[in-house]
Design a protein. Sequence first.
Length: 460
Amino acid sequence: MTNLKIKNPFNFSLLAVLFTLINTISAQSKVDQTKAYKWLDIALEVTANDVDRVGAKPTIQSRQLGIFTNAMYDAWAPYDDVAVASRTGGTLRRPKNERTNRNKEIAIGYAAYRILVDLYPFDLKYLESEFRKMGFDPNNMSMDPTKPEGIGNLSAKALIEFRHNDGANQLGNEIGGQNIPYSDYTCYKAVNTYKRVLDPDRWHPLPFVNEKGDTFLVDFLTPQWYRVKPFGLTSSAQFRAPEFPKVGSEQLKKEVDEVMDFNAHLDHTRKATIEFMRDGPRSTGQAGHWLRFAQMVSNRDHNNLDRDVKMFLLLELQLWIDIQGWGGPDKGTIKIPAERWHPYSPANFVSPPFPAYVSGHSTVSGACGKMLELFTGSDKFGVTENRICGIITETPGDPVSLPLETFTSTADMAGISRVLGGYHVQADNIAGLKMGRQVADYLWSDVIQAYFNGTYKINQ
C-alpha cells in the first residue's frame, strides 16, 4: 500500500466502465437474456481464463472488456435511427426495413467474435465453439455492408485497426516493446527496489509468496498506460486528483493508523465485504465486476437488446515495531512485527503492481455507479449479496448478507473494501470515488448523448 505519484486509472478502466454499466444473474430466464448479455458472459469467461493464465492485470483486462463492449455497440449502431459508431460514424447506416432484432444480433455476434479472437487468441477454440452454437460461421469473412455479417466484420476490423495502435502495445510491436504483448516501451525504471527505498512516496515492488512457499516480486504493470488513447476523454490527463498525503505527514499517519485498526478488527461482515469486492481468484477486475452488476440491472429491468448494448457501452469509457493486525489465515488478530503485516488476502494473491493513489477500485466503481444511475434514471439497485465470510482467504466462517441498496452505496462499499483489506488508505479511496464520478458526469453529458443522438464527430 505504497503511496505514489498520481496515476489515472481511467485510460481503459474507464472504457470498460463506459462499456459496462452493470449486471449478472437475477430472476430473468435465459430465454429472455439478450444476445449482448450472452456475449458478455462469454467475454467475462475468457477474461477469467486470461487471469488464470497470466494473473490479474486490471489495466489490460479492463481495456479488453472496453474494446469488446465498444465493438458490440459499433455493430449495433448502423441499425439504429440516429446513433453513430465510434469508428465508422453513420457511414454504415442500414435502411429502416433492415433494422430488425435478428440483423442486430447477427452483426453484434460477428463483431463480438472477431474482437474477442483478436484480444484472447489463446481461447480461439472455445470462442469458435460458442460462435458455432449460435448458428454462425467463423469462416464467413464477408465485408458486404448490406449484410449484417458484413456490418459486424467491418465494425470489428475498423476497431481492431484503431486499437492495435492506441499506445497499449497489444501486439508488442512498439519500439522498445521487445515483441512481447503489452510490454513497456517507455524505458520505465522504478526508483525503489524491494530492499532499498530511496523515495518512500514513489512505487516500489512488494514481495508475494507462491503456492510452493517461494517469494517472488512483480514488475510495475503497464507503465506505458498514460499513452493509451482513452474512450471519450480528450486525454488520459483530463481528470487529475489533488496531491496525495506524503510519508511523514500527519494525514498519512492518521490514515495508516485507521487501516491498522480496521485490519485488527475484521469481523465477518468486513471480511465478506473485502472478499466480495476483491472478486475471487478468477477476478475480472472491477470492470468485469461492474459488468456483472450491469447484467443484474438488465435482468431486473427486463432490458431489450438495444438497451443492453447501450448500457454495457456506458460502463466500460492505486519501522520495526510491533503492531496489532490480522495474523494470517485462521490466526485472527495477533501481535506481529510490522514487516510481517499483510493485507487480508492470501500470500500469493498479487495486489496490482501500480501506484496506490488513486484507488482503481474506487475510481472505476465511482464511475460505474454514477453511470448506472444516470442511465437508469434512478440510484436504486436493490440487490443483496449472500456470502460465506473468509471463503477465499481462510477457513470459511458464517453466512453474511451484504445489501446493495443503491449504486452509490455499492461503489462506496467497493472503495472502503480496499481500505478495510489494507490495500489503500482513505485518501486513495476518497479521491478515486470523486474522480470516477466526475468522469461519468462528463462522459454522460458531453460524449455518450452525442453518440446516441448522432451528433458526435468522429476523429479518425
